[in-house]
Write a protein that binds this ligand. Sequence first.
Ligand SMILES: Cc1cc2nc3c(=O)[nH]c(=O)nc-3n(C[C@H](O)[C@H](O)[C@H](O)COP(=O)(O)OP(=O)(O)OC[C@H]3O[C@@H](n4cnc5c(N)ncnc54)[C@H](O)[C@@H]3O)c2cc1C
Ligand code: SF4
Ligand code: SF4
Length: 482
Amino acid sequence: MPVHQFSSSSHSEKMLYTIITYDSQIFFYKNIYTTFLLLMCEELTLVDDAVLVVGGGIAGMQASLDLANRGFRVYLVEKSPTIGGRMAQLDKTFPTMDCSICILAPKMIECFRHPNIRLLTCSEVEEITGSAGNFKAKVLENPRFVDTEKCTGCAVCTEKCPVKVPSEFDMGMGMRKAIYMPFPQAVPRVAIIDKDHCLFFQKGVCEVCKKFCQANAINFDQEPEEITLNVSSIILATGLELYDPTPISEYGYKRHKNVLLSLEFERLINASGPTRGEVLRPSDKKHPHRIVFIQCVGSRSQQKGLPYCSSVCCMYATKEAILVREHNPECEVHILYMDLRVFGKRFQQFVSRARDEWDIKYVNGRPSTIIENPETKDLLVRYQNVMNGHIEELRADLVVLCPALIPREDNKVLAKILDLQLNERNFFKTKDPLLTSVKTSVEGVFVCGYCQAPKDISESVTQASAAAARAAEVAVSAVMRG
Ligand SMILES: Cc1cc2nc3c(=O)[nH]c(=O)nc-3n(C[C@H](O)[C@H](O)[C@H](O)COP(=O)(O)OP(=O)(O)OC[C@H]3O[C@@H](n4cnc5c(N)ncnc54)[C@H](O)[C@@H]3O)c2cc1C
Ligand code: SF4
Ligand code: SF4
């Protein structure tokens, strides 16, 4: 039963439910507190037991739902206009090959509708004071210039808006309007105006969206709003970014049109992506017949400064390769790898099936250069075959680079705000990576997901539940002390 909602019933009653519904881990606390409640009856002075979750990817959403389902109130702060994180951009997910958005969308809606979760999108944490059990967080909610209460998500404004710009969600391969929703399943389903490209903000003209919006939701005068939240504990789940391989000039990313990043490829092969799921070469919109995936681009390299393994690339490249063959069995697919790091449950079988059933060709090779034919834009991948030491070549119509995955710059900002320690690669440092992988250097602040260390979706979700359990402990002891 959802309890401790943002509205309704008396506070003391909500607290009683909280205590009653919380799981056996804190059975001891429950007993003491329930007795205390019964003795004290109605008039109680209560400490706020809410939890702040920063980052609305799969990790942040899971942590929020775990807490909310146990009766804790959650403020879920997401920087972008929608929750969902990277998982929303993926086509299928390894190792199950489930449709990513089909798994994610119900969770996004659950977060949005949950009476115990207050979702703050377009928002960022500015300042945090206090300590475990009693933090005060200042959050800046940036304007959408669309009234969230009035907008029905009808998308008429986006149809009518005359300005087109590259879509961040589609990795710049598709277009969006100056007023837009990042993707069809975005949560909340409310439009947002991109001030930097809107004709009204830039030139004082247009207002077409306002004219056509029947809900009267456009509000060009919206201002940023500062919100102060009292929370007992904090969970950070800021996720990952892709390393930009442009400086590795021998791979020609951004110079050669048919060299793509893995996440660009995910959008290309996705049915709601810029090509409606058809894998087409950017140079001539033709179907490729030879695709080469290149692993460890910038990762596991002392030279490039990213010596660690990103943990998911061998598996997602295999997934993407299978998808290619599913779409077009005629297309030849090679994966050039350094080592195949497929350590999870049934991961090796996944790769074996890719090799044996889908005829994907794995080559242990390090590419030295990618040469583009200036007329056809076809590519030649030159590499050293690690098994025999020979320099060999592969012809390709399309090359997909699997770059290092890195923590976001946001980690540095949050580390400063919270006086937290980062490791040498800017992942949040945990107290003891072996035994308490969710505890940070600051009491009452926890981490989960990719911002702590490279990991896949299922590991992110597991760690999110662990962080939620720890955050709940702090919240309960704060209530007891209060
Ligand atoms: C090409 C590619 C394919 C992949 N395929 C698979 C796959 O098939 N299977 C699999 O298991 N894994 C896959 N992964 C890995 C998977 O994407 C990650 O494991 C997962 O997204 C991690 O979730 P997260 O919530 O930690 O981070 P994210 O998904 O990155 O979410 C983080 C969220 O935090 C928000 N945020 C960041 N900073 C702030 C801030 N300061 N304030 C507020 N909000 C903030 C971001 O906007 C984002 O919404 C793939 C990754 C890539 C790049
Ligand atoms: S702003 Fe208006 S027109 Fe645009 S989606 Fe919302 S309700 Fe529809
Ligand atoms: S006012 Fe801005 S957002 Fe609205 S239709 Fe014109 S350009 Fe698009």
